[in-house]
Design a protein around this ligand. Structure first.
Ligand SMILES: [Zn+2]
Length: 65
């Protein structure tokens, strides 16, 4: 499946990171500190996987509508 989500934000050039929902374990906290993911909190938002720009906060979803 080809995703339309860019790896780099077209607005600000920041890294686009996957947002992980749910209660994070130690590994997820470490990944977030390394800048590999963003923590989205305990409640799922939207219909599917979400990615967010680490620079400006612009969001994409992986779900194809
Ligand atoms: Zn951005």
């Amino acid at each position: 499946v080809t995703s339309s989500v860019p790896r780099v934000c077209p607005d600000c050039g920041g890294a686009v990171l996957p947002v992980v929902f749910g209660f994070p374990g130690p590994e997820l906290f470490e990944a977030a500190e390394r800048g590999e993911i963003l923590l989205g909190g305990c409640c799922m938002e939207g219909d599917g996987p979400v990615r967010e720009c680490n620079g400006c906060g612009r969001r994409w979803t992986d779900a194809v509508r």
